[in-house]
Design a protein around this ligand. Sequence first.
Ligand SMILES: Cc1cc2nc3c(=O)[nH]c(=O)nc-3n(C[C@H](O)[C@H](O)[C@H](O)COP(=O)(O)OP(=O)(O)OC[C@H]3O[C@@H](n4cnc5c(N)ncnc54)[C@H](O)[C@@H]3O)c2cc1C
Length: 433
Amino acid sequence: MSIVRVIGAGLAGCEAAYALAVQGHEVLLYEQKPVRFSPAHHSEQFAELVCSNSFKAARIESAAGLMKEEMRRLGSLCLEVADTCAVPAGGALAVDRKLFSERMTQRILQTKGITLIREEFTDLDDSMPTIVATGPLTEGKLAEKLSAFTGGKSLYFFDAAAPIVSAESLDYSKLFCQSRYDRGGDDYWNAPFDKAGYEAFYNELINAEVAELHGFEKDQPVYEGCMPIEKLAKRGLDAARYGPMKPVGLRNPMTGHRPWAAVQLRKEDAEGSMFNLVGFQTNLKFGEQKRVFSMIPGLEHAEFVRYGVMHRNSFLDAPKVLDGSLRLCGTHQIYIAGQLSGVEGYMESAAGGILAARFLNSRLCGREPVKLPVETMLGSLMHYLGTENRDFQPMGANMGILSPVGEIKDKKERYRAYAERALTALDEWLEKE
Ligand SMILES: Cc1cc2nc3c(=O)[nH]c(=O)nc-3n(C[C@H](O)[C@H](O)[C@H](O)COP(=O)(O)OP(=O)(O)OC[C@H]3O[C@@H](n4cnc5c(N)ncnc54)[C@H](O)[C@@H]3O)c2cc1C
């Protein structure tokens, strides 16, 4: 068995280190915290969730749910731990972020064969098997080294996080508890707007002051799925009503009607002591967040335990610099896992750690890695990373990247067919691997 390096104990790094240790390898796991923290990381624990606490939909007839089922079959540590600290979130899998990180840290530290080195890793070379899983905020000397290895083919976009408010500061007489379409009981609180209230809020939102992005050029690229609410709102009066503030599937028990617009609040922790403003990622100045978001019914006296922030999000131009096994082209044994490899999302990043570890393990055992079937969600994501693309952008799990299953009109039936096909293909692949 070999000595391998895993750089970064985030979602991808933890999965990679765990998978390699389980295969009997000696893993040197480098983590820079608490010596150095990125602007978004605050805790010393591993697998820190820097924004939302949701791992998205749970049902396998959804893209995120299917991917998670595939990960479970590949032995995901993140999902095993997530199941022990899940919080109610309708049809989604969400976790108590503090418990999740604590338990991930414990599990990694208890795993035989993993040696933790708490330092910033800077000196990337091809002298030993290495998985780089330092995430979208990779910077400093390591970023420079990666840039040198890839001929400068790293890219970035701008991402934003949503604010969190304390539960005790909310006015529940103005809120109602309901999940969209009554899926998932009472996991969400909703702040309903009438038309006049929405328009007043909209006007303040589009005119509020945004924070400066120090050191970066203007008009930065923003990932569509993480569009700041104020930027989305500027597309038109109804843009937010068709986006995160959509009222569909909701009925306000106080009026008996669907609200004109609504803000959903999702529990941040198991006790429900904090709530995340769903879809309200923002780059407004902190004072402006307090002023404008306090216009949301029920949030008039909200205490903001964390304000939304915007940050740079780096990734590699995967089709140009990675081979089909997440290995850096031109190197023998440097692999890239997680968000840095060009996937987008917590679970996609974690899955990348599992896959990089499997591919590396195959080579260490003298076998060429076998590609995942493209019928699977993970195989399709890998295929996306390997497909020539002049405007490559990070990708998360979605049904659109799977090859068609044939003519099935009913969406629910079609998604079920995708899921069945994917899981059968994955099981066959696992038997062969
Ligand atoms: C602010 C922000 C908000 C996001 N919000 C969401 C969200 O709500 N939902 C979602 O699905 N995705 C979100 N993402 C995208 C993505 O899913 C996460 O970034 C995810 O955590 C990526 O996992 P990772 O393992 O690749 O990297 P990370 O989780 O960032 O882990 C990287 C680890 O490497 C360590 N590290 C970095 N450099 C070094 C070094 N040189 N030496 C040693 N250790 C190092 C870091 O300290 C960290 O522990 C967000 C990203 C950011 C930055």
